[in-house]
Ligand binder design. Sequence first.
Ligand SMILES: [Zn+2]
Length: 677
Amino acid sequence: MKKFKRYLITSALPYANGPLHIGHLAGVYVPSDIYTRFLRMKGEDVISICGSDEHGVPITLKARNEGVSPQEIVDRYHALNKKAFEDFGIAFDIYSRTSNKIHYETASDFFLKLYNKGEFTEKTSEQYYDEEAGCFLADRYIMGTCPHCGNEGAYGDQCEKCGTSLSPSDLKNPHSTISGSKPVLRNTLHWYLPLDKYEPWLKKWILEDHKEWKANVYGQCKSWLDQGLQPRAVSRDLDWGVPVPVENAKGKVLYVWFDAPIGYISATKELTPDWEKYWKDSETKLVHFIGKDNIVFHCIIFPAMLNAEGSFILPDNVPANEFLNLENDKISTSRNWAVWLHEYLIDFPGKQDVLRYSLCASAPETKDNDFTWKEFQARNNNELVAILGNFVNRTLVLTKNYYDGKVPERGKTGPDDNAVLNEIPKIRENVENSLETFQFREALKEAMNLARLGNKYLADTEPWKVIKTDPERVKTIMNIALQITANLTIILEPFLPFSMEKLRGWLNFGLRKWDDAGKTDLLMTGHLINNPALLFEKIEDEEIERQVNRLLATKKSNESSATKTVPPKDPVTFEDFAKIDIRTATVLEADKVPRTNKLLRLKIDTGIDIRIIVSGIAEYFDPKDLVGRQISIVANLEPRKIKGIESKGMILMAEDKDGKLVLVSPLEKVSNGSIIK
Ligand SMILES: [Zn+2]
C-alpha cells in the first residue's frame, strides 16, 4: 500500500431540502467520522470536509410550494443539519455550504478553465418554455398525462403512478406547474461535458488501476463504463444556482451535479490558505465517503472534470455504502419514513454513541441492510451494557473498593494472564487493518472483542472470590483488567468518542495516540483513578415502543394520504373567508328524497333555527345512522330548490381518495350553532 503524506477526507454534501436521517449517517457520516478520528489519532495530517449542497430544482420546488425563497429553505436546513452533526459528534474540520461566495467563485473559475481549454461542447436543443412566467421549465416543473398509464399528474421526468421515466416531450397535454399555462418549445443553448471522450482513460484508471475498490463500487462503475458514456449537460435554465460565467448565458446556471463536488474544493479553500497541498499534491490521499446513489458522480463524472481541469489529484478510494432501510421499508424523506437525527438527539439525550454503535454494527457495507428499533435496543442492552459497560464497571468499582482507586502492582503472571496480555496488541492490529481497508463493521466487532476479552478474563479469574484467599493474586488480575480498560479508551475512541471521554475521566487518563494501543503498561502502579459511574444504561421496552408506534402512525398517515392531493387554491383574504358562516348543527331527521339515488332530505337544528338541507350523500349513509349526529354546515349559502325542496345551506364533507364521503364533525360535543372559524 502506498504511503501518503496527508489525507483529504470528503463526505457527501447533504442536500439542504430536508433533515438528516439514519440512512445518511450509516451510509456516509459515521464511517467517515470513524476513519477521520482514527487518522487523527495516528498523528496523520488529515482534514475532513463537508457542507450543504444548496442548489438544484428540488430546492426551488420546495420553496415554491411553501411560498418562501430558496435561500430561506437552504438557510433552514443548513442550520438544522450543521447543528445535528455537531451534537452527534461528527468531527468535520469544516461544514460549509455551496451558496457561499467562495464557492460561486471557485465553481465559476472551474467552469471557465474548462471552457477556455475547449473541454465543453455546445449544443442547442428544444426545451419547454413558460411564456407567462417567462422561463424555461425544468422537467419537474412540467406536468401532463403519462403516455403509458394515462395518469394526468405525471411529471416531466417520471410518472410516479406507473414508475416509467419520461422526458417532457413524452407527456400529453403538458402544462407548467408555475403558471398552469401550456408551455411552448423554444431553442436553448447548453454546454456539455463529453464523457465519451474520457471513457478509455476512465476504463484504465478504474478497471485496471483501482481493482482494490469495494466490489459494489467497482461493479457499478464497470456497468456504467460497459454501457458507454454520453456527453452530459453541465448547465440548466434556472434562476437558482451558480450563473454560467460566459456571455450569452443569461438565465443559465451550472447544473447541480457539476457545482456540488466542486463544493469540496471551495470548502477546503475556506478552511485553509494551504488548500492546494491537499488538492494538488500527489502525496495526498483523497477519499470520498458517499452513498451508492452518488457512485457515478464521484467515480466517473467528478474525476473526468478533475482530469479535464488538469491540476487536481484524483480520489484514491471511494468507499461507498449501500442503503439502510428502516423496519423493512425504504427510508423516504417525502413519506416521513425515517429516524431523523435532530429528533433522535432530543428523544435519546446523551446517547449519541448508542446510535453510532448501532449504525456502524449494522452498516450497509456490502448490501442494503435494515435498521430496526428492536435491534437498536438489543445492541445497547446486550453489547454496550452487558459487555463493555459491565467489564469497565466491574474493573473500576473493584479497584475503588480494594485499593482506594490506586492501580495495584502486577505480580508474577501465569500462562492465562500472558495469553490475555498478548491478545491486546493483536486486537489493535486487526482493528487497524480493517479501518485502513474501510471495513468498519469488522473493525468495530474486533474492537469490542477487547471488551469481550476483559469480561471473560474477569469471569474466569473471579477476583471477587479470590480476594478472600489470595489478595496478592487479585492485584495482578486487577492490574491487567485496568490495562485492558486503558486500551479500550484508545481503540474504541474513533467509534464511541462520547463514552471514551467519560471513561478517560474516570481513569484519570488523557487521550493517547493510536500507537499507544496494545501496550500493557499504560497505567502505572499507584496511579489514582476517579469515582466511576455507569457507562451505558439499559434502554427499556417502553422507549422502543414509543418509537415503533410513531412509525406505525406515520405508516397510517401515509396510507390515508396516498391519494393525489389537489393543488392548493388561490389565496383569499380573511375578510372573504369571514363572509362564510360555518357552524355546528345536529341532524334531527333524515329521509331519502323519493325517486332519487343520491339525495337525502335532512332536518337539522342549527341553534338559530330548524331547517331543511338537501344533500347528495345517500350513497354513503344510511339515513337512520345520521339522526343525532353533530355536523358542520355552511349556514349562509343561498337557498336552492332541489327536486322541489328548498335546501338552506350545505353540509361539510371530506372526500376520501376513493371518493367516499365522510362527515366533518367536531371531535367533542359543542352547542348547536357554534361558529367554526
Ligand atoms: Zn404512467
